[in-house]
Design a protein around this ligand. Structure first.
Ligand code: MCF
Ligand code: ZN
Length: 330
C-alpha cells in the first residue's frame, strides 16, 4: 500500500501556513520586502516556540498583499495537497490578512481564491471549502468585523467560521457574539481548543460557542468525563499530530493521545495544520501514524470516512467524495 496514493480529506489547514517558503521568499524579493528573519539558513521557516511561531506566521503573511497573491498561494497549496492524495481540503482563511476585514476588500480576495480553487478542482480533482477565521489574540472586538465578512460571504465556497491563534488569551466565550453571528448566517462552526488550553478551553468551546468540531482538541484526554461528553455529542477532533510535536504540546509521537482518544471512541481526523512550518505533509502524517501506532489501510479509511461525515460541504460534494473513497481498494 502506498500511503501517498491513499485518498485523503484534510479539515484543518491554514492557508498562509501552507505557503511554500520558496513562494514567500520569491514574493518578498519581487516586492523588496525584507522578511529574512522568517527563515533559517536552510531556507525553512524559523521559530522558537508557539508564540514566536504566531509572529513568524504573521511576518511571512505580510508579503501577501493582493488578491492575485492569494490566488497564486491557493494554486500552489492545492497542487501540493493533490500530489499527496488529498481529494478535499478545508482552508482557514482570514479576512484580517485580506484587506483588514473590510467586506468590500474581502469579497475581492475571496473571489480570487475561489477562482483558483475552482480551477484546481477542474484540473486536479481536489475539492475545497473555506472557513473564515478570527484570530484570538487580536481580541473580541477585532473578531466582529471578521464575523461580518463571514456572514456577508456565507454560502458557496465559504461554509464555516472558526477561531485560531493564542488560546491563552481571554476565554472562548468572549467571542460568542461573533460565533452567534456566523451561526445565524448558516455557517458551520469550529474553534481551536484543547491544543494548549486544556479541558477548560474545550468545555468553554462547547458551552459558549456551540461548535461541532474542535481544532486540535487533544488535551481533552486530561478529563475522561469530558471525553465521554465529546462522544455523546458527536464532536469531531481535527487532530494535527506533527504540529503538536513540533510546537511541543507533546514531546514525542509515541506520547501523542490520538490513538488513545480513538480507542475510547472519540471521532478523530488527521490534518497538517501549517505543513511547511512543521516539516510535514499528509503523507508524512500517515507514515508516522503507521509507524508509531500501526495504522493500516482500514484505519486510514475510517478517519477519511469520519472527515467526510464532518466536512462543512454540501451533500452532492460528499457523494462525489464518497465515490472516490469507495473506488480505492483497502
Ligand atoms: O494550529 C496552529 C497553532 N495553534 C493556533 N493557531 C494557529 C495555528 N496555525 C495558525 N494559527 C492561527 C494564527 O494565529 O491562525 C491564523 C494565524 O494568524 C491564521 S488563520 C488563516
Ligand atoms: Zn490550526
Amino acid at each position: 500500500m502506498s500511503l501517498r496514493d491513499l485518498p485523503k480529506l484534510e479539515l484543518h489547514l491554514h492557508l498562509e501556513g501552507a505557503a511554500p517558503p520558496s513562494l514567500i521568499r520569491g514574493m518578498a524579493k519581487e516586492k523588496s520586502v525584507d522578511i529574512s528573519r522568517v527563515f533559517c539558513e536552510d531556507g525553512s521557516y524559523d521559530f522558537r516556540d508557539f508564540v514566536h511561531f504566531l509572529s513568524v506566521y504573521e511576518a511571512a503573511t505580510s508579503v501577501l498583499k493582493s488578491p492575485e497573491d492569494y490566488a497564486r498561494l491557493m494554486t500552489a497549496v492545492l497542487e501540493e495537497s493533490a500530489s499527496h492524495g488529498v481529494i478535499y481540503t478545508e482552508f482557514f482563511v482570514s479576512p484580517d490578512f485580506c484587506g483588514g476585514s473590510d467586506v468590500t476588500a474581502w469579497r475581492e480576495y475571496l473571489h480570487a481564491m475561489e477562482e483558483a480553487a475552482t480551477r484546481a478542482e477542474a484540473q486536479l480533482g481536489i475539492a475545497s471549502r473555506g472557513i473564515v477565521t478570527c484570530i484570538r489574540h487580536f481580541g473580541p472586538d477585532k473578531a466582529k468585523p471578521t464575523a461580518l465578512c463571514a456572514a456577508e460571504t456565507a454560502g458557496g465556497w465559504i461554509t464555516g467560521f472558526g477561531m485560531g491563534g493564542d488560546e491563552s488569551v481571554g476565554h472562548q466565550g468572549d467571542y460568542a457574539y461573533s460565533f452567534d453571528m456566523a451561526r445565524e448566517a448558516g455557517l458551520r462552526l469550529t474553534t481551536h481548543a484543547g491544543e494548549w488550553g486544556g479541558p477548560t478551553s474545550v468545555r468553554e468551546a462547547l458551552d459558549d460557542l456551540k461548535v461541532e468540531r474542535l481544532g486540535h482538541g487533544v488535551q481533552v484526554i486530561q478529563d475522561l468525563a469530558l471525553v465521554d461528553r465529546l462522544i455523546e455529542e458527536d464532536i469531531v477532533l481535527e487532530v494535527c499530530p506533527g504540529s503538536n510535536i513540533v510546537l511541543g504540546v507533546y514531546p514525542k509521537w509515541d506520547r501523542h493521545p490520538i490513538q488513545a482518544l480513538r480507542e475510547r471512541g472519540v471521532k478523530v481526523t488527521v490534518s497538517t495544520d501549517d505543513p511547511p512550518f512543521f516539516h510535514t505533509t499528509m503523507t508524512r502524517e500517515y507514515e508516522q501514524l503507521a509507524r508509531v501506532f500501526g495504522w493500516r489501510a482500514s484505519d486510514f479509511h475510517e478517519i477519511s470516512q469520519t472527515a467526510l461525515d464532518a466536512a462543512f460541504c454540501d451533500a452532492d460534494t460528499k457523494a462525489r467524495l464518497a465515490d472516490k473513497l469507495k473506488d480505492h481498494p483497502q
